[in-house]
Design a protein around this ligand. Sequence first.
Ligand SMILES: Cc1cc2nc3c(=O)[nH]c(=O)nc-3n(C[C@H](O)[C@H](O)[C@H](O)COP(=O)(O)OP(=O)(O)OC[C@H]3O[C@@H](n4cnc5c(N)ncnc54)[C@H](O)[C@@H]3O)c2cc1C
Length: 389
Amino acid sequence: MAKFAGVDYLLIDSLFSEQELLVRQTARQFVEDRVMPIIKDCFRDGRFPKELIPELGHLGFLGANLEGYGCAGMSNVEYGLVMQELERGDSGLRSFVSVQGALVMYPILTYGSDEQKERWLPKMAKGEALGCFGLTEPGFGSNPAGMATKAVKDGKDWVINGEKTWITNGSVADVAICWARTPDGIRGFLVEKGTKGFTSSELHGKLSMRASVTASLAFSDCRVPESAMLPCAKGLKGPLTCLTQARFGIGWGVLGAAMDCYETARQYSIDRKQFDNRPIASHQLVQEKLAKMIIEITKAQLLAIQVGRIKDQGKLDPSHISMLKKNNVEIALDCARMSRDLLGGNGIMDEFPLMRHMCNLETVKTYEGTDHIHTLVIGERVTGIAAYK
Ligand SMILES: Cc1cc2nc3c(=O)[nH]c(=O)nc-3n(C[C@H](O)[C@H](O)[C@H](O)COP(=O)(O)OP(=O)(O)OC[C@H]3O[C@@H](n4cnc5c(N)ncnc54)[C@H](O)[C@@H]3O)c2cc1C
């Protein structure tokens, strides 16, 4: 059995079906057996644990909530629970799975040709082919609409020029989805590794997401055939709908990081003795932090379940996801910071997962729409006025 028993203050498990609990248990066991023993060293060494990919595929975690082409066809709540357990292991591992499933397999399934689906999806579901999603550019992060990367038609081919940065899986991917401006608006292109004019280089010096690969991509007169274009993705809506899928997974995933921090601090505060050999958990200021954490985690769990249920019912609006992503990342970061505090000096050591989660969550707060941008999405939803510019 997995050592981690979960965090359930409010009988939240009663809101899940048997099947959902089974899927969660499978993911939890995988993380306990395969991720926990290696993740500290991966983070320390700046190494992505590529050896876990076949098992992630075998368990059906890649493109888990997609149907057909060898995908597991999980419900969105089941998928969310998988993300939660994976991110209890590490945000970098969950990011890998999010990118592969939500940012690469989802657009191929939704916007791709039959040939593109047949070619990539079965292999990607097994982890035999990896993908990355190139939207962000050095000059355009929060505002991808301004992107400078261009694709122009030359005979039957497209020629792409531009640069993408901060691309998760960028240098290990077999295929990159490159979003580029064309005379017809923003379009997505499947650019295979090894294509002339396409290079990637890994970014070094990250103090966050150290167990994840991040790279920049360069396209210099990179020529791809017409068949490389995703035929049904037209305009910014294409990449934005993919981000909605990925942000959903993030909203669930960070709950896992928050739970790991909370549970580590709760146990430590019971074990650690100070002042007359009393557990630090007997002090009111310590209990206040634990109470704050469990309240916020519980509220965040309920938010995730509700967003998951309305996604499964087809009633989801992207602004719902903004609330989920913004709130849950914020509370996960708060939990990481409070937990670190409760461990005193030990809190800064990588023997405990707190600083690793905290550093990772700084990225999660920034990517897939920063906390500010999601605040503005919510603001626009409730006022009808867009305040981005
Ligand atoms: C580890 C990592 C992995 C990533 N993986 C990917 C990936 O796989 N694919 C991909 O395409 N991208 C990826 N990203 C990029 C990520 O999505 C961007 O970093 C993010 O969108 C923010 O863009 P920026 O870094 O350019 O920040 P900026 O857009 O320059 O923002 C800087 C600050 O200004 C604020 N700001 C900007 N505009 C406004 C506004 N209108 N109102 C209020 N505040 C504003 C922001 O909130 C932020 O606080 C990744 C990033 C990281 C760090």
